[in-house]
Design a protein around this ligand. Structure first.
Ligand code: GLV
Ligand code: MG
Length: 344
């Protein structure tokens, strides 16, 4: 282990992250009851330029008037290069900051972008006495952001997660896409001919490199890596396959750009019963070893050590958080409330 220790971001469930356009009050109302682990109310790309002011007002109203206790709530502000961003931060946080858990920053290109938002947030929180500090979610979706990933990940103690924004990333890098976040048949390997002269085509994962980079940068700095949107909302199998790949690479969760994708994401990023049982066995075996004064022990013929214990603790912690979330969402609804929730 390095002598440098990294403080992990606040523990939150983030299997699913539902995008909700701020321009639509009906969607905002439904979102407060969503089973998504995190909901982000969007002021950016799902809102047309002439609706920006209206959407901001809707979001402030929704944060103040709806009961968000069933989920974690975030607001995606506009990019730093737009004329909307400063008022997004100031108006939303000044007028509804107590109800807000996270702020999502799109198209982050440099560490200085994160610094700028952090500085503005810090001033508003101080002026208004808002506690605890609002966290940041950063979208990596430009070539510049990808290039500066490490510095961006380390830029602010507020940052909780890095999100791979595949749609804008494809536009920024000039990658050819057939559907947002899906496979591309042009990205294939053609095998040599077999004895019968037949050549097979294997589709590759065109997003593998970018996703893996975001996972490594996020995990290196104790942040949650998130996989972004999957555009074909009618293709549940395609979504599940993409979520499975992201999960295999280490992502913590995935965006849902339609409510019907929430359950798919929750399922893909929920550890299986077998995984949780195994993790509990690892912890029990290690506890026995410690009691007997041993540093390492074998379980089912495999060595377990402190690294296995850390993985097992994370798995069990997540399983417990999911069970607690499921209990909360099956409890009778508290209904509408204008009382700001105690931020999680
Ligand atoms: C998300 O914002 C994306 O561009 O994919
Ligand atoms: Mg984007």
């Amino acid at each position: 282990m390095s002598f440098t220790t990294i403080e992990p971001a606040k523990l939150r469930l983030n299997r699913s992250e539902l995008a909700v356009p701020g321009s639509n009050p009906v969607f905002l109302e439904k979102a407060a009851k969503s089973e998504a682990d995190i909901v982000f109310l969007d002021l950016e790309d799902s809102v047309a330029p002439d609706e920006k002011e209206r959407a901001r007002a809707n979001v402030i109203e929704a944060l103040n008037d709806l009961d968000w206790s069933a989920t974690t709530v975030s607001v995606r502000i506009n990019g730093l290069d737009t004329p909307y961003m400063y008022r997004d931060v100031i108006e939303v946080v000044e007028r509804a900051g107590e109800a807000l858990d996270l702020l999502m920053v799109p198209k982050v290109g440099t560490a200085a972008d994160v610094y700028a938002v952090d500085m503005l947030l810090s001033q508003i929180e101080q002026a208004k006495g808002i506690t605890p500090p609002i966290g940041l979610e950063l979208i990596i979706e430009t070539a510049l952001g990808m290039q500066n990933l490490g510095a961006i990940a380390a830029a602010s103690a507020r940052t909780e997660s890095l999100h791979f924004g595949v749609a804008d990333y494809a536009a920024s890098t000039g990658a050819r896409t057939t559907s947002i976040g899906g496979a591309n048949p042009a990205y294939q390997v053609l095998t040599d001919a077999d004895a019968a002269g037949v050549r097979a085509r294997h589709w590759g994962d065109v997003w593998h490199y970018a996703t893996a980079r975001v996972v490594v940068a996020a995990r290196a700095y104790g942040l949650r890596p998130l996989d972004g949107p999957f555009g074909d909302i009618g293709d549940a199998d395609g979504f599940a396959a993409q979520a499975g790949r992201a999960s295999a690479l280490g992502c913590e969760g995935k965006w849902a750009i339609h409510p019907r994708q929430v359950a798919l994401a929750n399922e893909a990023f929920t550890p299986t019963d077998d995984e949780v049982t195994q993790a509990r066995r690892v912890l029990a075996a290690m506890a026995d070893a410690v009691r007997d004064g041993k540093g390492a022990v074998a379980l089912d013929g495999r060595m377990i050590d402190t690294a296995s214990v850390r993985q097992a603790e994370a798995m069990v912690g997540k399983a417990d958080a999911i069970a607690a979330r499921n209990d909360r969402t099956s409890a009778p609804s508290a209904g509408r409330s204008s009382t700001p929730k105690a931020r999680s």
